[in-house]
Design a protein around this ligand. Structure first.
Ligand code: A3P
Length: 324
């Protein structure tokens, strides 16, 4: 890890206040610190523009924003939220359901990357309530979203960091990103310099907001979704103000949504076997679907390494009530 004292290019007047002087290089990928968080250099300007008023929350029918650190189950959450919120227009059993034709990332746009490539105007065209996603921490979102004064509802998903980092490592390998050893990914999580890290601050911001106002931020854990996907779907529907009716419950709509969004079903769709997602870097659709289990880290890391990361997190999350 190479921490430089000065940025490679001088900050513009627009970014000077928000981009700190720190910069790290992880095997060719530049990360720059924006208000305490590590963001891809190529995303930083867009993220700052988004925060400074580029992303305007809709007032009357609020937006729904899915938030996560990468490899926490974002793709699954996108599918579940989309299928739940669109179920009247698209019953989950319909053969031409969008999730049978499109990758979940094409159903729910990632605002950070749209701002990064200057395609954020697309967000204006989304029907209300807009369903969008972000990998940014709460404090890097527009002020009215961060402070809760807008009508935006946030659904956050977090995951055991050991499994998440193993997933990051596999994802990079499957997409031919510059070689990063598991040890390097591990260290970047432990020392806080991974993308959108420090991970503990990322999780804590959403956790605290969820405790302060559970009607505004729904906090989910990947492992709990794995255990009780149906309960998650009900929770999610209730949270966005679209609870399942008795008729829907009797018709097993919840089970249909869970089935539609299952790893097996999504992975088997032609679009997810062959497609490519272009987020400045190109990612194959199939790389988003791997094992989808809890505890895979044991196949890659020693118990000692696992305990070490757990102890760092235990320390950082101490007193917050959040355990992962
Ligand atoms: P693994 O690599 O551990 O298998 P993200 O969507 O945030 O990029 O996270 C990807 C992780 O979520 C991968 O974890 C992937 O297999 C898992 N995943 C993707 N779709 C899933 C689904 N429908 N159900 C459960 N897990 C899923």
């Amino acid at each position: 890890v190479d921490v430089e004292a000065t940025p490679a290019r001088p900050p513009t007047a627009h970014t000077a206040a928000a981009v700190s002087a720190a910069r790290v290089t992880l095997q060719g990928q530049q990360l720059v610190r924006v208000n305490g968080y590590w963001v891809f250099d190529s995303w930083a300007q867009g993220v700052i523009a988004m925060r400074r008023g580029g992303l305007v929350p809709r007032a009357t029918v609020g937006d729904v924003l899915l938030a996560s650190l990468p490899k926490s189950g974002t793709t699954w959450l996108k599918a579940l939220a989309f299928a739940t919120m669109a179920r009247r227009a698209w019953p989950p059993a319909s053969p031409d359901h969008p999730l049978r034709r499109l990758n979940p990332h094409d159903c729910v746009p990632l605002v950070d990357s749209l701002f990064a490539v200057g395609r954020d105007k697309l967000l204006d065209e989304l029907p209300s309530p807009r369903l969008m996603s972000t990998h940014m921490p709460l404090s890097l979102l527009p002020a009215t979203v961060a402070d809760g004064s807008s009508n935006t509802k946030i659904i956050y998903i977090c995951r055991d960091q050991k499994d998440r980092l193993v997933s990051v490592w596999h994802f990079r390998k499957r997409n031919d990103l510059p070689d990063l050893s598991l040890q390097e990914v591990y260290e970047s999580v432990c020392n806080g310099t991974c993308f959108a890290g420090p991970v503990w601050d990322h999780m804590l911001e959403y956790w605290r907001a969820s405790n302060a106002d559970p009607g505004r931020v729904l906090f989910l854990k990947y492992e709990e979704v794995l255990q009780h996907p149906g309960n998650t779907v009900r929770k999610l529907a209730h949270f966005v103000g679209q609870p399942f009716s008795n008729t829907e419950e009797e018709a097993d709509v919840v089970a249909e949504i869970v089935k539609l969004c299952s790893l097996e079903n999504l992975r088997s769709q032609k679009v997810n076997k062959e497609g490519i997602r272009d987020v400045i870097i190109k990612f194959s659709h199939d790389s988003y679907f791997r094992k989808g289990m809890a505890g895979d880290w044991r196949n890659h890391m020693t118990p000692e390494l696992g305990e070490h990361l757990d102890s760092i997190l235990c320390d950082k999350l101490d007193g917050s009530g959040l355990t992962i």
